[in-house]
Ligand binder design. Structure first.
Ligand code: GLV
Length: 402
């Protein structure tokens, strides 16, 4: 028995969600399912945050520090969840945030998410630390955006950008919050490191999670060989077991605004800077020609204690009114999406939940997750008495009195 059978969208047949997942009713439900499905080390890589996880928790509590003030007796039957960004219309005000190593938790995870995003007409951002070639993701979903972890030198940056452009990407996302590798001590405690180090604990976890072992790990090795970091440079990066991996992912200490200006001269399409939190940086970025911003503390995975993006959102919107200000980190509900938009965000991105959705049920899981969030957005718009997302503003919210 399956749920969601015979569902067709456009000409693409949607894979059915296995019946055992019928109980997944919200994005957080995917996390619990993924925790059972994944080896604890791999789960930790996705789920855990840096040091004390205080930014990770702050991301959630920022959303609960606002309440809605809904309007009533409004005909909401014509409501529309669409948003236009950089001249393209999307069906929902959220997209899939870039996530590294997706293919370790979900078989060819980036491709599953890219295909789901295409069918649902939401943007998918391909990670610079993905294990799937950016060219393959572009083929699965030509509307994907590419997120670069810039190499540490000018030639390396330009060579990577040439590759990204040749693959057909239009929108370039530059992540700015990874000057050095973060302190992922919680991953180390759980036995997950980059490079991945084979251990008795990892072997045991593999054996006790056979669906992951056969469906993701062995299937990947047998069909595609050892996973490599594919998208950090113009050429293939190191295999995930290589001792050199850590260095190749963290050599960004001297990147500065000059590099952004150099990229601006080269890149014709929209450039989005991700990882900005200070309104002064946002202003510098926009003055240097950036077309959009994604406020982010990297899901609490970089600087522990960094402010939740939602808290700085109004300041950044005020400082940079001419560009779309977007946000990620902690978005789990349609109500979160609407709160961010009411505070001035044009769009939001959601990471971990889609990684968990693809881990437990591949493309069908991702489609289900996207559908759930779309339904929450649409239902909550109705309950707030609004027909278009442009109606959201600060009047829709009250800060919770503490
Ligand atoms: C990669 O971007 C990570 O946060 O692990």
């Amino acid at each position: 028995m399956t749920v969601n059978t015979d569902v067709l969208k456009g000409s693409v047949a949607r894979p059915a969600l296995p019946a055992r997942y019928a109980g997944l009713l919200c994005l957080d439900d995917f996390q619990a399912a993924a925790r059972r499905h994944l080896p604890s080390q791999v789960y930790s890589y996705v789920a855990d945050a840096a040091e004390t996880s205080s930014s990770h928790h702050a991301n959630r509590s920022a959303f609960s520090s606002y309440e809605f003030v809904p309007r009533v007796m409004v005909d909401i039957t014509q409501r529309n969840t669409g948003v236009t960004l950089f001249g393209r219309r999307w069906d929902a005000p959220f997209g899939i945030a870039p996530m590294g190593l997706l293919a370790l938790s979900a078989y060819r995870g980036d491709l599953a998410l890219a295909s789901a995003a295409a069918q649902e007409n939401i943007p998918m951002v391909v990670s610079g630390s993905s294990l799937i070639r950016l060219e393959d993701v572009a083929q699965a979903n030509p509307a994907s955006w590419f997120q670069a972890y810039l190499p540490g030198n000018d030639d390396g940056i330009m060579a990577l950008l040439e590759r990204v452009r040749a693959a057909g990407y239009g929108t370039l996302v530059i992540t700015a919050d990874t000057a050095v590798a973060a302190n992922r001590e919680n991953n180390v405690r759980a036995g997950f490191t980059i490079p991945v180090r084979p251990s008795v604990g990892l072997a045991w976890q593999g054996l006790t999670h056979p669906r992951w072992l056969f469906g993701t790990f062995l299937r990947t090795f047998l069909q595609h060989g050892m996973p490599h970091f594919e998208n950090s440079y113009a050429t293939r990066g190191a295999p995930i077991l290589s001792a050199n991996v850590e260095r190749s992912l963290s050599d960004r200490g001297h990147l500065n605004w000059r590099h952004l200006r150099m990229i601006r001269e080269y890149w014709n399409g929209p450039i989005v800077m991700k990882g900005v939190l200070d309104a002064r940086d946002a202003r510098i970025a926009v003055d240097a020609g950036v077309n959009g911003l994604i406020l982010s503390n990297h899901g609490g995975r970089q600087l522990d204690g960094a402010v939740a993006p939602l808290r700085v959102l109004p300041d950044v919107v005020a400082a940079c009114p001419e560009v779309p200000v977007m946000l990620d980190s902690g978005v789990r509900r349609g109500s979160d999406v609407l709160k961010a938009l009411a505070l001035g965000a044009r769009f939001v991105f959601v990471g971990r939940p889609f990684s968990f959705a693809a881990a437990v049920a591949g493309e069908a899981g991702a489609l289900h997750g996207i559908d759930l969030l779309k339904q929450e957005v649409s239902r909550n718009m109705a309950l707030m008495g609004i027909n278009s997302l442009g109606e959201l503003d600060a009047h829709c919210l009250r800060a919770v009195a503490r």
